[in-house]
Design a protein around this ligand. Sequence first.
Ligand SMILES: Nc1ncnc2c1ncn2[C@@H]1O[C@H](COP(=O)(O)OP(=O)(O)OP(=O)(O)O)[C@@H](O)[C@H]1O
Ligand SMILES: [Mg+2]
Length: 346
Amino acid sequence: MGTSQQLGSGNQDWKERSFERIIGRSSALEAVLEEVERVAPADSTVLIQGETGTGKELIAHAIHNLSSRSGRAFVRVNCAAIPLDLLESELFGHEKGAFTGAIAQKIGRFEVADKGTLFLDEVGDIPPALQPKLLRVLQEQEFERLGSTRTHQVDVRLVAATHRDLTDMVRRGEFRNDLYFRLNVFPVLVPPLRERREDIPELVMHFVEKIGRRVGKKITRIPPATMSALTSYEWPGNIRELQNLLERAVILANDGVLPNPLQSGGRKSFITPLVPNTLSDAERAVILQTLDEVGWVVGGPKGAAVKLGVRRTTLIHKMKRLGICKPRPHSSQNVVDPTLQQPDSP
Ligand SMILES: Nc1ncnc2c1ncn2[C@@H]1O[C@H](COP(=O)(O)OP(=O)(O)OP(=O)(O)O)[C@@H](O)[C@H]1O
Ligand SMILES: [Mg+2]
């Protein structure tokens, strides 16, 4: 972790406690945790961005725990999980009779989070109609409950997260530019697991031990080939995918030996299909599945391109754009399939 001079030994303990659930020593993760340490006490709005399952919520908790608001509420609202017409009342509250079905007064999450931290998860999913109201509360720290003209003042620290590319959404007119700038005061980018593969062995040991304790199974051996396969896999679902895969592996383990959840044959039954959130997620999932089915052969009559109904060059272009490369089961290196570098025949 950081070696900040200002932190005394007491603070050091506090910091370690806040990060204790965050496993990993890679420089990519350390850089993120250093940013967290710096911004946490500053009370600024933080925008956490990163792919699904990278640990954005854990980071949001750490920011709260390291801030002067740690003794107060940490309130999470998942903007993607709440139906559009209910989100406004969830955030700002409503008076009795504000709309059909408003049978009693409701206190919104901004009020509940007063003096604490409000974590707006999946902020990219906030509907355009609500964006001006969110901008106002961020700028003025004031709002009205639905069905009321009385203005409420709050003191809320906002931490937001999204797996979406907000700049792209701004470009497409789906997200307000001014709201984006207001949220993006302090951006924190959580790197995908494939960019910090050094963390995988430690994460594997951590989860195997933790899951083992929960399901009452002790794993005493992880074969090197299994660890190497886990280290070289792409992990499109990041740490959550790793955790899920290991849970099944631990349950299926015999004689304390962890089976390889990625090995061919066993793989289909092991990998949870990811629910894609964006068009490129969906494209990536389909391409990965097809490549998997054809043994990573791109061209030729039995290749993935034919199965997908696109030209070989188109598929190669898409794979490059989506960062798809062939997993190497026996090396921890992420090597791009050499066939991808061959010049294309006309
Ligand atoms: N560095 C880490 N050490 C230990 N556990 C981690 C780490 N990062 C993530 N996890 C665990 O992985 C799971 C996913 O993390 P989290 O929910 O924070 O991800 P997320 O980025 O919010 O994902 P999503 O975009 O899908 O909501 C959680 O169970 C979390 O505890
Ligand atoms: Mg999350």
